[in-house]
Design a protein around this ligand. Structure first.
Ligand code: FAD
Length: 553
C-alpha cells in the first residue's frame, strides 16, 4: 500500500505592479561610464562579486537609493551561483542537523521568491520515498515540522489536493521497493537566471555593474579594478563602503589570514541525463549509498542528479573538475530507485561542479557543516560568506544594516516585495506561469516543452526577447535569444551565452553542438569579432563542453 503525507502552498502574485514600457535595463559592460561615475563622486557602496549574494546586496542597496556599483571578475553568476541544485528550499536535511532557524527562514523565503519571480520559483512536488514504515514515519515527522516552520497552507498539501496516486505522479520509479512516500511542495529555480534577473533589477534601480572586472586590491578609499579581458587600464573604483561577496574567493580578499581558515570549501557535482534514459517528472529525494540524501530532478527534456559533498582543498576556481568517482557516486543509487532504467557514465550528457563556501567548523566533514552565513567587518570593508541561494534576500538585509551603520544612514530591514525583471506576469496578461506558457505556445506555435523553457528563462519579458517572428536555431533555441543575451544580459563570450544565459550547455547540450557555429556567427556580428576571434570562441566553448564530460574518457 502506498502512503504519503503533506504538501506546500504558494501564493499567486497577479496584483503586484511594476513599471513597464521602459527600455530593458542592461548588464552590458560600460567600463568608461563606471570609471567616470567613480571619478565624479565616490559610490556609497562597491560590491565585489556578481553571484547571488552580491546581486542581492546591490539590488537592495540601489533600491533604497545608495549609489551602488558591482564588479565581477568573470561573468555574472559564473561561480557557485550557477552550479547549485537549483532548489529554493529550507533544506529538510538540515533539520536533522538542528538548523531550525535557518530552515524556517528559508522555508518562508520561498513564498517571497515565488511572489517576486514566479517563473524562477516553480512549485513542484518533492517525493521522499521510504522502503519501510519506520523510515516513512521518521521522514513524516521531519516533513511535518518543515511545513509547520514554512507556514504551509493546509489546502495545498498533496493529500489535500486529492491529486493522483504517487505511482501516477512518478511512474518510472520502483514503488515496489519503496512503497511509502512523503510528498510535499518544494520550489525549483534557475540559479544563474535568478542572478541575472536580480542584477537587472538592481540596474533598473540605478546600480552600475561591470563583468569581467576583478578587484585586485582593497583600499579604504575604494577598490582597484583590473580588466579580466586585459583591454582596459586599471582604476580605483572609489567607494565609502566595500562589500566582499566573493563566495568561495572571500578569503582571498581578506588582508590578514586568520589562524584557522574561516572558510572550508566543499565540492558538489551534478550530472544531466536525457529524459529518454531517466524519465523523472518531479523532484525525487533519494539516499546515496552512504546514506546522504540527494535529488533527482526532471527539467524539460532532461533529468539532473545531485549532489556530492566532498572536501575541496585546492584554491577556489570557477571550473572545479568532475571526476569519475563523483559521477559513479551519483549513478550508484539510481539503480536501486529506477531499476527499469539502468544508466551508466556514457549516458551522462552534461555535468557541473560547484564549490560551497562553508563557514569552517574544524573537525567536521562537509556534509555535517552548517549552511549558515557570517559577516566579518573591518572599518568600511564588510565580508559576507556562507549561506544559501534561498536566503540571499535575508543576507542582503543583514549586510545593508551594517552598511547603514557604517555610513550612518537609516536603512530599512527588508526590501518591499516587488517583482524582479521578468516576474510581473500580470503585465502580459497572465496570472500564472502555466497561462503564460500557453500564450507563448499559441503565439509562436511551439510545443509545451519549448514554451515552458522560454517562460522559465525570460518570464514576462519573453515577448520582448522573441519579438514577432523568432528565428529558430534548433529545436528549442532562438536567434533572438542571442541579441537579448548580449544587449540586455551582458554576455561577452560564447560561454557566457550558452552556459548562463540560454542554459543550453547543461539543459540542451545535443542541439547546442549543432547550433554553435550559427550562434557564434551571430554573436560575432553583435560584438564586432573578426573571423579569428569567432573561431576561437567556438573552439573555447567546445573545449569547455568536452572538459565537462572528460570523466568519460
Ligand atoms: P558565488 O556565486 O561564487 O559568487 C562569487 C563571485 O565572486 C563569483 O562569480 C566570482 O567570480 C566573483 N569573484 C571572486 N573574486 C573576485 C574578485 N577579486 N573581484 C571580483 N569578483 C570576484 N543553495 C540553495 O539555496 N539551494 C540549493 O539547491 C543549493 N544547492 C547547492 C548545490 C551545490 C553543489 C552548491 C555548491 C551550493 C548549493 N547551494 C544551494 C548554495 C548556493 O549555491 C550558494 O550559497 C550561493 O550560490 C553562493 O553565492 P555567492 O554569490 O556567495 O558566491
Amino acid at each position: 500500500m502506498l502512503t504519503w503525507c503533506f504538501s506546500y502552498s504558494y501564493m499567486p502574485s497577479s496584483n503586484l505592479a511594476y513599471e513597464s514600457g521602459t527600455a530593458p535595463p542592461s548588464l552590458a559592460r560600460d567600463w568608461n561610464r563606471v570609471r567616470a561615475a567613480s571619478d565624479a563622486q565616490p559610490f556609497d557602496l562597491v560590491v565585489v562579486g556578481g553571484g547571488i549574494t552580491g546581486a542581492g546586496i546591490a539590488h537592495f542597496a540601489a533600491t533604497i537609493g545608495l549609489r551602488t556599483a558591482l564588479i565581477e571578475a568573470d561573468d555574472f553568476g559564473s561561480g557557485t551561483s550557477s552550479r547549485s541544485t537549483k532548489l529554493i528550499h529550507g533544506g529538510l536535511r538540515y533539520l536533522a542537523m538542528g538548523e531550525v532557524s535557518l530552515v524556517r527562514e528559508a522555508a518562508l523565503e520561498r513564498k517571497t521568491l515565488h511572489q517576486i519571480a514566479p517563473h524562477l520559483a516553480e512549485p513542484r512536488w518533492m517525493i521522499l520515498p521510504a522502503a519501510t514504515r519506520i523510515d516513512y514515519l521518521k521522514y513524516r515527522a521531519g516533513v511535518t515540522l518543515y511545513q509547520m516552520l514554512g507556514q504551509v497552507a493546509s489546502q495545498d498539501r498533496f493529500a489535500g489536493t486529492r491529486q493522483m496516486e504517487p505511482a501516477q505522479l512518478e511512474p518510472d520509479f520502483d514503488w515496489s521497493r519503496y512503497p511509502h512516500a512523503c510528498i510535499y511542495r518544494e520550489y525549483l529555480t534557475d540559479d544563474a537566471r535568478l542572478v541575472l534577473a536580480t542584477l537587472r533589477s538592481a540596474v533598473a534601480a540605478g546600480a552600475r555593474v561591470l563583468s569581467h572586472a576583478r578587484a585586485a586590491e582593497i583600499r579604504e578609499s575604494g577598490v582597484v579594478v583590473h580588466d579580466s579581458e586585459g583591454q582596459q587600464e586599471p582604476f580605483e573604483l572609489r567607494a565609502r563602503c566595500i562589500v566582499n561577496a566573493t563566495g568561495p574567493w572571500a578569503e582571498t580578499l581578506l588582508e590578514a589570514p586568520a589562524e584557522q581558515p574561516r572558510l572550508r570549501l566543499s565540492k558538489g557535482v551534478h550530472i544531466v541525463l536525457s529524459q529518454d534514459r531517466l524519465p523523472v517528472r518531479n523532484l525525487v529525494m533519494i539516499e546515496a549509498d552512504d546514506g546522504r540524501l540527494m535529488f533527482v530532478i526532471g527539467r524539460g527534456r532532461y533529468t539532473y542528479v545531485g549532489t556530492t559533498d566532498t572536501r575541496y582543498d585546492g584554491p577556489p576556481t570557477t571550473w572545479p573538475r568532475v571526476d569519475q568517482a563523483d559521477v559513479d557516486y551519483l549513478l550508484a543509487p539510481l539503480r536501486r530507485y529506477f531499476p527499469q532504467h539502468p544508466v551508466s557514465r556514457e549516458d551522462v550528457v552534461a555535468a557541473w561542479a560547484g564549490l560551497r563556501p562553508l563557514i569552517n567548523e574544524p573537525g567536521k566533514a562537509p556534509k555535517e557543516m552548517s549552511r549558515k552565513d557570517e559577516i566579518w567587518q573591518r572599518g568600511n570593508f564588510i565580508t559576507i560568506a556562507g549561506g544559501k541561494l534561498t536566503g540571499h534576500r535575508h543576507m542582503a538585509g543583514d549586510v545593508i544594516a551594517r552598511i547603514g551603520a557604517t555610513l550612518k544612514r537609516a536603512v530599512p530591514e527588508e526590501l518591499p516585495v516587488v517583482p524582479l525583471r521578468g516576474g510581473d506576469l500580470a503585465s502580459v496578461g497572465a496570472d500564472t506561469v502555466d497561462a503564460l506558457v500557453s500564450q507563448v505556445g499559441k503565439r509562436y506555435q511551439q510545443p509545451d516543452v519549448v514554451a515552458r523553457r522560454l517562460v522559465r528563462i525570460y518570464g514576462s519579458e519573453v515577448f520582448d526577447v522573441l519579438g514577432s517572428t523568432p528565428q529558430p536555431l534548433s529545436a528549442s533555441l532562438f536567434r533572438e535569444e542571442i541579441d537579448w543575451g548580449v544587449h540586455a544580459e551582458g554576455a561577452r563570450t560564447l560561454e557566457d551565452l550558452v552556459y548562463r544565459r540560454l542554459r543550453a550547455a547543461w539543459f540542451a547540450p545535443a542541439e547546442l553542438i549543432d547550433a554553435l557555429p550559427e550562434m557564434a556567427a551571430h554573436m560575432a556580428q553583435l560584438m564586432g569579432w573578426d573571423d579569428a576571434r569567432r573561431d576561437a570562441q567556438i573552439a573555447a566553448t567546445r573545449a569547455r563542453l568536452e572538459d565537462d564530460l572528460s570523466f568519460q574518457s
